[in-house]
Design a protein around this ligand. Structure first.
Ligand SMILES: Nc1ncnc2c1ncn2[C@@H]1O[C@H](COP(=O)(O)OP(=O)(O)OP(=O)(O)O)[C@@H](O)[C@H]1O
Ligand SMILES: [Mg+2]
Length: 264
């Protein structure tokens, strides 16, 4: 089982969108997929069409990390109603906010890693949708991860924000979790005709070289449509959806190679 965090220090740049797109690609590829909704806004849980019912959620597990309870906080995505396969969600909750504090203890920082260890044999890939901060929840997510992808828009402050994120990843790797590595930067919401966007992308490439992952993701209305319907992108009709699905397949392929994931 390989674990990937989708992060950014800025809000609204597309972490959840990229998490859902990659989950859709991974589901379509037949990988057993778990999405962990670490963001108290719980957008990923909504986007994956889960019925919460009387289940526990991530905040219960973080408060009392008991292995026997982990399965009770995981729900199958509604995506499996129309297509066969495994794609589950470790449910998010606004109550997780209590753990998003600037300082986390040595013990707390390993909590998500401990939680995920109990489902190690059940999934091929775990995608963690992180909150837009560098606080406790993100640190727990990174400590449980093999790779972190930093999501950014091609904007004025994207180089600086990405640099800060990479520096933080490096600090955590040296101080806490040696296996952690940056996967790269995923550039989202690109308007291909925009000269400004092209300029910012060139700037990112100059700074980060091959760490700028290809392809960049364009801004497409279909992303919001599929999300609004809580549908996986890979079954959404139309050419635009197909093009985006292809892009997510390529990004997933890069991830699979980067973590040397062997597919059963
Ligand atoms: N490539 C895209 N094309 C069109 N719309 C997009 C694209 N990426 C993201 N969006 C839209 O932008 C909004 C913000 O995206 P998203 O929720 O994924 O960002 P986020 O980084 O997870 O935000 P937060 O920091 O609040 O968690 C959403 O309405 C989403 O549908
Ligand atoms: Mg989000």
């Amino acid at each position: 089982m390989r674990v990937i965090s989708l992060s950014s220090l800025k809000g609204g740049v597309g972490k959840t969108t990229v998490t859902l797109g990659l989950a859709s690609a991974s589901f379509a590829r037949g990988l057993r997929t778990l999405v962990v909704d670490m963001d108290p806004q719980s957008d990923a849980s909504t986007g994956m069409d889960v019925t919460v019912g009387r289940r526990l959620n991530i905040s219960h597990l973080l408060a009392h990390p008991r292995g026997s309870q982990v399965r009770n906080a995981i729900a199958p995505s509604g995506w499996t109603r129309s297509h066969k396969g495994t794609v589950d969600v470790l449910l998010g909750s606004p109550a997780a906010m209590a753990f998003d504090t600037p300082s986390v203890t040595r013990k707390e920082i390993w909590r998500l890693e401990e939680i995920l260890a109990t489902v190690e044999n059940d999934y091929d890939i775990v995608l963690i949708d992180c909150p837009p901060s560098l606080n406790g929840l993100t640190r727990m997510a990174w400590t449980a991860s093999d790779r972190v992808a930093v999501v950014t828009e091609p904007g004025l402050f994207s180089v600086a924000a990405t640099q800060r994120a990479f520096r933080a990843i490096d600090e955590l790797r040296r101080g806490v979790s040696p296996r952690l590595q940056p996967l790269g930067v995923i550039v989202n919401r690109v308007r291909p005709q925009s000269i400004e966007h092209q300029y910012r992308i060139d700037e990112l490439k100059e700074m980060f070289g091959a760490l700028v992952l290809q392809p960049e993701l364009p801004e497409r209305v279909v992303m919001q449509q599929a999300q609004g319907a809580a549908s996986p992108l890979h079954v959404w009709p139309g050419e635009s959806a197909e093009e985006m699905a292809e892009s997510f397949n390529s990004l997933l392929e890069r991830i699979v190679r980067s973590v040397a994931l062997t597919e059963g």
